[in-house]
Write a protein that binds this ligand. Structure first.
Ligand SMILES: CCCCCCCCCCCCCCCC(=O)N[C@@H](Cc1ccccc1)C(=O)O
Ligand SMILES: [Zn+2]
Ligand SMILES: [Zn+2]
Length: 504
């Protein structure tokens, strides 16, 4: 009898404690006793799963299109701010989360962790999208329609999926009374698709003015690649540790205009066409062996069948062969060199007028082992014609290579979370982001810039990014939420690398 009584008392006390913890932690009680006490499983109720996919659909329906630096749908950008407020009420009402609007439309969330001794980190995403003319789409690009288990629309992969998944994961953690130990920032840009200079750059300046340095950040641009690398049958989670640089050049030729009935031997169009043709036919040097790709291939070696595995394990011998094979495929080619893309060409107003001016734009994506200056010198040598003026429209060097060793917190946290959420993925390897992202504006506040979207990507999905029929499966989106839900908790509990066990 006495035992039951004691037991009953203990239970009542435990219940009281639980109520106490629930009531106070929801509003941000920061007592050490409650920190990271237990891990919250990433399991979501049916109701939550429906709500999360509906939230993403709603986000897709807001046409936050960036057309150019000067032109974006500002009504939609503002509406997006109100929308996230509505669908993630707990994020906005928790007292240890500060929300700031930067440059009218971008958002910065500061999540104050309970342990100030832990260096904060940052999650990045952007909610502006590139235009999407309706032609060719199976469903209208801003309808957010669900069909055959997929949510369709512009931004489902680039990059509203990340914006919504980050906030959704945080909302679900907060509802479960989670109090993060490690502080983190969430930066959501509104102009990534046209440079990020109003959103990401300003957020970065704000953080720098506050003296903030983060341990690492995670941004878009890399995926679990499936079917991209010839002969590699298994999916490969690539955490990109650098981002290519960029150089936009305007080539211009001025010649005397005149009547087309008596044409000169050379025209502005002909001279310019020959110059851009030389650029297209003279690829920039193959840089295989410099930059992180060699490390990536060495890590992948064991996953390839014979004889590729032997070749990749002995790059000291087979380097020329592998570098040639890499450039044969248009995607792996991007990893070994600075790419040259002729993107605009303008001249002439009438069929019988020799035009005075011809202009072309060329977009180079600079390999991590080269610089803007080196590429410009190479371009001058290839063009080799003083009549072709070169004007630099925009240029920046590749990002430094972020660490991916055992001590690299960001890389290891991502690796650990990939292994737990995608147990079927055996390969986690460092990669190169071949496009440009908002993260280049944050190089002053961290040396750990990682690109990873926890989503499978096949070659046909790649062409939907900025193309047509962009979509994400409901299941993939749920997994993305789950990934971030786990990542935030892992950032609190990570205790460093597991020491290697050497066999005797
Ligand atoms: C081994 C397998 C390698 C596979 C490589 C496939 C890579 C898939 C990459 C997907 C990229 C998604 C992120 C795109 C970000 C993006 O579009 N950025 C834009 C940013 C920009 C905006 C205006 C002017 C210049 C630049 C861009 O790079 O064009
Ligand atoms: Zn993007
Ligand atoms: Zn994009």
């Amino acid at each position: 009898m006495a035992r039951w009584y004691v037991c009953g008392l203990a239970l009542a006390a435990a219940e009281l404690l639980l109520i106490f913890a629930t009531v106070f932690s929801a509003k941000g009680l920061r007592g050490k006793e409650f920190q990271g006490a237990s891990r919250i499983p990433s399991q979501f109720s049916e109701e939550e799963r429906v709500a999360m996919k509906e939230a993403l659909k709603g986000a897709i329906r807001i046409p936050t299109v960036s057309f150019s630096h000067e032109k974006s749908n500002t009504t939609a950008l503002a509406e997006f701010g109100e929308y996230i407020h509505k669908v993630f009420p707990t994020v906005f009402s928790t007292n240890f989360i500060q929300h700031e609007v930067v440059e009218q439309y971008s958002h910065l969330f500061t999540v104050q962790g309970s342990d100030p001794s832990l260096q904060p980190y940052m999650l990045l995403a952007h909610f502006d999208v590139v235009p999407a003319p309706e032609e060719g789409w199976e469903v209208p690009p801003f309808s957010g329609l669900e069909r055959d288990g997929f949510i369709h629309g512009r931004g489902t992969l680039d990059n509203k999926n990340s914006v919504m998944a980050i906030l959704q994961a945080l909302e679900l953690l907060l509802i479960r009374n989670y109090i993060p130990q490690r502080s983190f920032f969430i930066a959501l840009g509104h102009d990534e698709e046209v440079s990020g200079t109003r959103g990401a750059l300003k957020i970065s300046e704000l953080l720098q003015a506050r003296g903030i340095q983060v341990a690492f950040l995670v941004d878009e641009c890399s995926f679990i690649f499936d079917g991209f690398i010839p002969n590699l049958k298994k999916p490969c989670a690539m955490v990109s540790v650098t981002e290519k640089g960029a150089l936009d050049l305007l080539l211009q030729v001025n010649m005397t205009p005149g009547h087309s009935s008596a044409p000169p031997k050379e025209t502005s169009i002909g001279i310019l066409a020959a110059a851009v043709s030389r650029l297209e036919n003279t690829p920039m040097p193959n840089m295989f062996g410099s930059g992180p790709l060699k490390m990536t291939l060495e890590q992948l070696a064991n996953e390839f069948p014979f004889p590729t595995n032997i070749v990749l394990k002995n790059l000291w011998l087979f380097r020329p062969l592998v570098s040639r094979l890499m450039e044969r495929n248009y995607i792996t080619n991007t990893l070994v060199r600075t790419t040259t893309a002729l993107t605009m060409f303008n001249a002439g107003v009438k069929v019988n007028v020799i035009p005075p001016v011809a202009q072309a734009s060329v977009n180079f994506r600079i390999h991590p082992a080269q610089t803007v200056h080196e590429v410009l010198e190479l371009v001058k040598n290839i063009v080799a014609d003083d009549r072709v003026q070169l004007h630099v429209l925009r240029a920046f060097d590749p990002l430094p290579i972020s660490p991916s060793d055992d001590k690299a917190l960001g890389y290891q946290l991502l690796r650990q979370t990939i292994q737990s959420i995608f147990p079927e993925v055996d390969i986690v390897a460092p990669g190169i982001c071949i496009a440009n992202t908002d993260s280049r504006h944050y190089t002053n506040i961290t040396a750990g810039i990682y690109h990873f979207n926890p989503v499978y990507l096949q070659p046909q999905d790649f062409s939907s990014i900025h193309g047509i029929n962009e979509k994400i499966s409901v299941q993939a989106y749920e997994t993305q939420v789950k990934f971030i839900f786990e990542l935030i908790q892992n950032a609190d509990t990570y205790t460093g690398p597991v020491p290697h066990v050497h066999e005797l």
